[in-house]
Ligand binder design. Sequence first.
Ligand code: ADP
Ligand code: ADP
Length: 227
Amino acid sequence: MIEFRSVRKQYENGTVAVQELSLSVEAGTMTVLVGPSGCGKTTLMRMVNRMIEPSSGSVLVGDKDVREVDPAHLRRGIGYVIQQAGLFPHRTVLDNVATVPLLFGRKRRTARRRAAELLERVGLPTDLGKRYPAQLSGGQQQRVGVARALAADPPVLLMDEPFSAVDPVVRAGLQEELLRLQGELGKTVLFVTHDIDEAVKLGDKVAVLRQGGYLAQYAEPDDLLAE
Ligand code: ADP
Ligand code: ADP
């Protein structure tokens, strides 16, 4: 579903963020990219929705080279969740989520109904929909971020350290919720973290990256070698 073929990335200033690397994420599974800060995780992830172009090699989504797909169309099929949920501060929680179906031309009432369903799906009490993002806890905001990413019903989800900013107890809850959702909805997920425990817990496959953009290991969690 997502495939990196001999991908390499060198930035304009000469930094090589990703050495030639190949890996693929099967449809309906979650692959976790794990490694220290600066090892190229975000660079790799952003190649999938073409926020970053590889210097060489190619990236495929659903068997199509991303360069051959109109970027707007490509991104419609890819939900993106980042560390600070990136919610619109001046819109209510419900409207933050409803914005996406509205953009796709749904009627206001339908969009809001869909948003309410999604908030429930990610485990948020419905009455929180009336609040503004700043009136929610960090963990609740991340749930809203996930609901918003799901609003377009994309087959692919990119998640860049989505739970890093919340405390460990809340994080464990969010991880459980994500596993449940992913199983239910069958999304193809590429998840980035610097936390190996999180990678092992969530990943069907784990790609361990090393400083300098090297792929050190790529295996199922049970088959990872201690480092
Ligand atoms: P994040 O999504 O974590 O906010 P950023 O895009 O801000 O990621 O940056 C990721 C990493 O890349 C950071 O280590 C940052 O210092 C580095 N970085 C980002 N832009 C540049 C740049 N123009 N030149 C050098 N390093 C950069
Ligand atoms: P990670 O997500 O694993 O923290 P990144 O992909 O953000 O790593 O960064 C990989 C390397 O590329 C780092 O050395 C970072 O400083 C560098 N980098 C990231 N973005 C840029 C940029 N726009 N220009 C130059 N270097 C960058």
